[in-house]
Ligand binder design. Structure first.
Ligand code: SIN
Length: 314
């Protein structure tokens, strides 16, 4: 931790890390977002003597993460980064949508201080919860001089927000970066493996506080028999709502699309819908051009965040 008067701010948003089950052996039938952030912190004795402040911004199962909470979180984190008394920020979050919250923050925040998202795959009530160690590691990281950018710290591995993805539904080491972790936390010590990456600074003030002011961005999945009929239906929905529409095409392989889906998407693009072509493959970018914009190495959730910001920018 820094020797100055600086503190780490811990922001609680819910998730399994704050989950509670009736039985200590139940890792599935629990309720996420039950235990307050103060109680989580006091359950980790090494945190008690550290210069910390904490607040509860939300108490959600992250499958229910919403755009208004994203906006409040981004604005709060930016204010903390701008505060000279704060050395870094830790956010406790559910694992299910953690990668897109991390990517959103990476895109919109300004500044170099660390913002570390952490989580757990086992509820706080578990016989052997993974949350306490993850929280301790995240605070260690957020208080380590030189650490920069939006990061995800889980099971001793540190991932960059622009790379990380959730790859397992149950195991405690549920996150991965296709090009490898950026650092490791080993016995409380950080070992840096790759350069840090600072946020892209799009600006939190451009995020609407009102959900209805956000565009609608939907995923359209290529698969056997996919004929693109859903595309005009989504256009009609967005038109009824008075929202701008973006479509992320979850292409097969290198972003390939059935002939009918591709022509439906091209027609929608001609009518002003923003379309990006990504891949449903777990690894590898979409390579090559074409009439639809290529998502490159962005995962499907990241491509959706990218399109939301693109539509908010116009
Ligand atoms: C959630 O995402 O809030 C529940 C699942 C988890 O945190 O692992």
């Amino acid at each position: 931790m820094p020797s100055t008067a600086q503190r780490v701010l811990i922001i609680g948003t819910g998730g399994t890390i704050a989950g509670r089950a009736a039985s200590s052996t139940d890792h599935v039938g629990y309720k996420a977002g039950e235990v307050g952030i103060g109680e989580l912190i006091s359950g980790v004795p090494p945190l008690r003597d550290l210069p910390l402040v904490f607040e509860q911004l939300a108490q959600l199962d992250s499958k229910d993460m919403d755009l208004a909470t994203w906006q409040r979180l981004a604005v709060r984190v930016q204010a903390a980064l701008d505060d000279a008394a704060v050395s870094g920020v830790v956010i406790t979050h559910g694992t299910d949508t953690l990668e897109e919250t991390a990517y959103l923050l990476h895109r919109v925040l300004q500044g170099q201080k660390p913002v570390v998202l952490t989580a757990a795959m086992r509820p706080a009530s578990s016989l052997s919860p993974d949350g306490p160690q993850n929280l301790l590691d995240a605070v260690t990281l957020a208080g380590t001089p030189g650490v920069q950018g939006v990061l995800v710290c889980m099971a001793g591995r540190v991932h960059r927000a622009d790379r990380v993805r959730k790859i397992h539904s149950y195991q405690v080491d549920a996150f991965e970066s296709p090009d490898g972790a950026v650092a490791l936390l080993e016995g409380g010590e950080m070992r840096c493996l790759q350069p840090w990456c600072v946020p892209m600074g799009w600006g939190v003030e451009k995020l609407p506080a009102d959900e209805a002011a956000w565009p609608r961005v939907a995923l359209v999945w290529n698969a056997a028999g996919e004929d693109g009929a859903v595309v005009p239906q989504l256009e009609a929905l967005a038109q009824r709502e008075g929202r701008r529409l973006g479509l992320v095409a979850a292409g097969t392989g290198n972003g390939s699309l059935s002939r009918s889906l591709e022509s439906a998407l091209l027609a929608a693009q001609d009518r002003g819908v923003a379309v990006v072509r990504a891949t449903r493959c777990a690894y590898g970018p979409v390579i090559g051009g074409g009439a639809l914009r290529n998502a490159g190495a962005l995962s499907l959730p990241q491509a959706r965040v990218d399109l939301l910001l693109q539509l908010l920018d116009v």
